[in-house]
Design a protein around this ligand. Sequence first.
Ligand code: ADP
Ligand code: ZN
Ligand code: ZN
Length: 815
Amino acid sequence: MPFFIEVVLPLALPKPFTYAITEAEYAFLHPGMRVAVPFGRNKIYTGLVIGLHENPPQLYEAKDIHQILDDAPIVTKTQLAHWQWIATYYMCSIGEVYKSAMPSGFLLESETIITSHKDFDGESANLSDEEYLIYEALQKQSALKVEEVAAILNKKTILPVINRLIAKNAIALQEEISEKYKPKTIRYIRLQPEFLQNDQLNGLMELLSRAQKQREAVMQYFQLQSAEKKPVTVKRLVEAGTTAAVIKSLIDKQIFEEYHLEEDRVQFEGSDNAGFGLSSKQLEALESIKTSFTNKDVTLLHGITSSGKTEIYIKLIEEYIATGKQVLYLLPEIALTTQLVVRLTAYFGNQVAVFHSKYSNNERIETWQQVLSSSEKAKVVIGARSALFLPFQDLGLIIIDEEHEQTFKQQDPAPRYHARDAAIVLANSHQAKVLLGSATPGIETYYNATHGKYGYVALTERFGNVTPPEIILIDLKDKYKRKRMTGHFSDEMIDAITETLAQDKQVILFQNRRGFSPWVECMTCGHVPQCPQCDVSLTYYKYKNQLRCHYCGYNIANPTNCHKCHSTDLNTKGFGTEQIELELKSIFPDKNSWRMDQDTTRGKHGYEKIIDAFKNREIDILVGTQMLAKGLHFDNVAMVGILNADNMLYQPDFRAFERAYQMMVQVAGRAGRKDVRGKVYIQTYNPLHNVIRQVTDNDYDGMYKEQVYERHNFKYPPFFRLVKITLRHKDYEKLKDGALWLYNVMSQNLGVTVLGPEEPGINRIRNEYIRTIMIKIPQGTALGGTKKSIEKIIASFDAVPQYRPIRVTANVDPY
Ligand code: ADP
Ligand code: ZN
Ligand code: ZN
């Protein structure tokens, strides 16, 4: 009697594959265990068993498996069911879900490339003969494919050996970005040792006799040191009145020396933070959430910025883990985890685990195992959206902070899931509760909360009853007309910054474009340099003297004359963060301005470094893109400036106004803490625009009502479900034909609104042309049935020979 298993491969295949196993294997295997299986011509993949049976496949002869990789399931039944739901709802294959859900260390395949770990010493480590052979080969050759390892060992079953080498930290997988959790460090300052002898001190003071400020800084350093009897941090010195610039010049002169010490992560920065009680408003909100959970599985906590939502989450988490349950805490942005880990570990110590794609494979596999075994080490998991795929055993609560953030939606590749919505489904299968938190809830969420689907709890006061910031509009048209502009700064904005800095407070400036300026234009013929592979103009970077494409990274040296007419009269148009930073340097030459955007935070800890420096007040003015809008807290920021509100408003997207509102309110929320009322200055050509008014009046309801009305009229969520079909191909005509064919078949057969085929605003990326079709499915129509029909139509499209090469993807609930 033959035995078979159903195996999911980490590939975009419509179905699982059947493999043959022995009776002994049949007795040993369970769904959720991994097996190494051959697939295609001599390739090996790590597959996942999802079923066992005795029915041979009809269409092909089942191959044998290579080997079994686990002793027990590492994926739970609940996970499998959830992944299947994701695949069905988001119209992709379960193989694609499996591939993106598992840490890649779990998914070795024959093409995987391994490299040696540079710090690993194979001579003194305890390696088996086989392990040593691989280690030795990697000393001669920098990288090996898994299949080459098979040749070295002269056997097929090599994955266990590789897994052991990974576990011993001897090798790494090439695709991994192994970013270890880096403990937070604090910057300290001390006098260079040579000045510590007493007779040297007088010499030093003499040396600085003409540098008054530096001399004062050294005196200040001595005062702090003798008063506090502990190492002096840069932060303390700055608080005592020395500017960061003076400290820097003393370091440059080799009088001061800087050094870094690790901060114990389990300790809170300000000790007054640990173990405090909730305010009465927070307590009230906490009680309302608990009451709401008695009859609603999902509850929205609508709490304005700085209302103290995090503290409420913490108290709630405490109650859930006290009952032995696991808690998942989702954040929109990996960069935010550090701040949160510090806050949570203060309460929960080592029960907090972190999981996201920037962690090394080892760390991710470790967390996976801890969650799977319900270990005390991972009772609370903090992570970005992929943490949703962990093997939870007994999940009690999911918190989704900043639930409105679009980064919760994965764009590419499949599965194009929304972590908030997928989390709600996951919670349901664990009978767990979901708390959504936001100061500016998404329209759909607020709709659900006001129509009885979700519970709703509001928190309308800032913690400590701090007054929300005052919002001041600056009319750009008027300022330009009256010549009150310096670069992109109005006189009012400059005055406000000057005043804020004079009070020793810090400033945040928001500009949602990177680079120096979005394009370069020839003043003679009007030519604008374009990316040769994408339908976009190139962005000018002054510092690098380059033009770059933001879509594909293509770049060229900045041309000195027009490529079309050879005129040298070229001009830069529009402005981005780089230009703002430069303007600031000339308007405020003795202040320290810094820029935070994708370009400056690329390095390993680029983001954290800037945040830390800003927190330590080494930066006076921070210019940044939307990165700044995401739940960061800075105690000393008294003013926020938005340089141009208009480019957020005019985007060709039905969510543009909602987003502009969220972005402005979130950025504004960074201003003002305990002692001073924050001020927010918004420069705009449209001071009368409804969204701008709603921001100024803090009128979420007004924004919501207007947007819901529009959504209803124009058939958008929450009244209609959208499925966006994207077609891509390098041949423009073929694509146009294919898109029209697909559109026609869909609109004739689906029985719902089908729009398109449209050429998007940017119609070519990386040399591929793009067309989109939008399907609008009214609430109440059988969604599953429509999706099945869509899939069938796409399958028949793929069966037309001339259309086969056109890539078609479906995006359900596009953002
Ligand atoms: P948000 O609602 O924007 O997430 P947070 O939870 O970060 O707000 O709280 C805002 C600030 O208020 C933080 O600096 C936090 O430490 C402080 N805070 C909140 N609740 C309390 C409390 N109960 N006692 C003392 N400080 C608190
Ligand atoms: Zn020209
Ligand atoms: Zn490009």
